[in-house]
Design a protein around this ligand. Structure first.
Ligand SMILES: Cc1cc2nc3c(=O)[nH]c(=O)nc-3n(C[C@H](O)[C@H](O)[C@H](O)COP(=O)(O)O)c2cc1C
Length: 162
């Protein structure tokens, strides 16, 4: 088996990106939620997607990220309610890389992902409210086609044996 796409997704945003990556990849490939993901050792390239939870990669993705070694080429992708270039999202991406530090990270991508109204309401009632909700209204409708196009352009530009 050549390519594996694994995603952790609670409300479907990260899954949308995973599906687009899967559709883009040629030939021998597999798409799995993290709960059913196979051992990464059997694949030459793995794309792993997580959602940002309380400033970190979500817990299920964190566990899977620990399973990579030096034989792996890993592409990381994520969705988050907060702003694209926020410090928090950068930190979450850094944390994901640290967890998979043995792997060769070949690229990364993130975009906003729509936040359910009840999640926003719960976050707003926290004291103090988390910084990320300031930009979360703008996440509505994301990931959209432009996000997916950006992701696929990035993948196309990778120097990998597609
Ligand atoms: C419990 C919870 C905590 C969240 N924490 C953050 C956060 O710290 N930063 C952020 O940018 N987005 C946060 N979000 C928003 C999600 O990361 C965002 O909606 C993401 O696209 C969800 O992905 P999914 O649809 O694949 O589950 C949070 C959402 C939930 C439900």
């Amino acid at each position: 088996m050549n390519y594996l796409v694994v995603y952790s997704s609670k409300s479907g945003n990260t899954k949308k990106l995973a599906q687009a990556i899967y559709d883009f990849l040629p030939g021998d490939k597999e798409l799995k939620p993290v709960q059913e993901a196979p051992d990464p050792s059997d694949f030459i390239f793995v794309a792993l997607g997580f959602w940002v939870k309380d400033g970190h990669p979500d817990p299920a993705a964190q566990e899977y990220l620990k399973r990579f070694n030096e034989d792996h080429q890993l592409f990381l992708f994520a969705t988050h309610g907060g702003a694209l270039k926020s410090e928090e999202v950068e930190q979450a991406m850094k944390e994901a890389k640290k967890l998979a530090h043995k792997a060769r990270i070949v690229g990364q991508f993130s975009c906003q992902g729509e936040v359910a109204p009840e999640v926003l309401e719960a976050a707003r009632s926290q004291q103090p409210p988390p910084d990320w909700i300031a930009a979360a209204e703008a996440a509505k409708g994301h990931p959209d086609q432009a996000d997916i196009d950006n992701l696929l352009h990035l993948l196309e530009a990778l120097d990998l044996p597609w």
